[in-house]
Design a protein around this ligand. Sequence first.
Ligand SMILES: Nc1ncnc2c1ncn2[C@@H]1O[C@H](COP(=O)(O)OP(=O)(O)OP(=O)(O)O)[C@@H](O)[C@H]1O
Length: 270
Amino acid sequence: MASDNLLELNDIEAGYGRAALVLRGLTVKVPAGSVVCLVGPNGAGKSTVLKVASGMLTPRSGSIVVDGEEVTGSGPQMMIRHGLSHVLQGHSVFKEMTVAENVALGAYTVKDRATVQERTEFVKNLFPVVADRWAALAGALSGGQQKQVEFARSLMVSPKVVLLDEPSMGLDPKTTSVVFEQVVRMREAGIAVLLVEQNARRALETADIGCVLDLGRVHITGPAPELLRDPQLAELYLGGGQRDTGPSDPTPDSDDRRPDQLTTTAPERT
Ligand SMILES: Nc1ncnc2c1ncn2[C@@H]1O[C@H](COP(=O)(O)OP(=O)(O)OP(=O)(O)O)[C@@H](O)[C@H]1O
């Protein structure tokens, strides 16, 4: 039976070299047309999930299925061909190159000129700031604008699923909101997103499905709005308490608390 999931990571075990496993039987599914976000404490393995999905790290066991096709063991170039595009943590624009050149780099595997042209128009339309600053040096753009150039570059290969690793890293709250608006635009354009975020509340406000990782497994998964309403989760992962609870609300700054400030671990659920 055909699956509606564009990406499935099934029962994945993965780690680095001879060190202990980081992912210990992790299963994550990304349905078509959805944003799925992974949240959890530092070291839980969130970025490692994206590395496995993009072929940077080969799992020791488990399977990776993209749009119904098993692709386990594919390297990064093949994963791009299968439809997965990875936007790495931090900033990766080439600052001394123009925005146009940075975006064009994303299409280095695309040989057909008409396709490149069509994708270029698509990303310029999706990210107006990229179109507006097309001829500018990327280094002259703000952090949030550079992140949008990275998004645009990642879409040049017409991915089915984009893997976003902490897109809000280093950005102020206002710029973070702009970047998350662009994540929503990607979903509206039919691109599924697997998102890793330290800013758990903001990510869950954007996502359709949330997965809480701890110790290399998914401990809790469900519709993101439900996770946001869960008082225990709010206490553990979202800076304590829910936003609309009146005087005891967290301050705006507490929105940006990192899960590594937490001292407890997530409750186990089935
Ligand atoms: N290249 C690497 N070589 C060896 N160990 C690594 C490597 N990358 C990550 N690890 C280890 O894997 C574990 C999970 O790291 P990962 O970056 O996936 O976690 P994370 O949940 O994304 O955390 P963070 O929020 O801090 O980025 C950590 O113990 C980390 O030290």
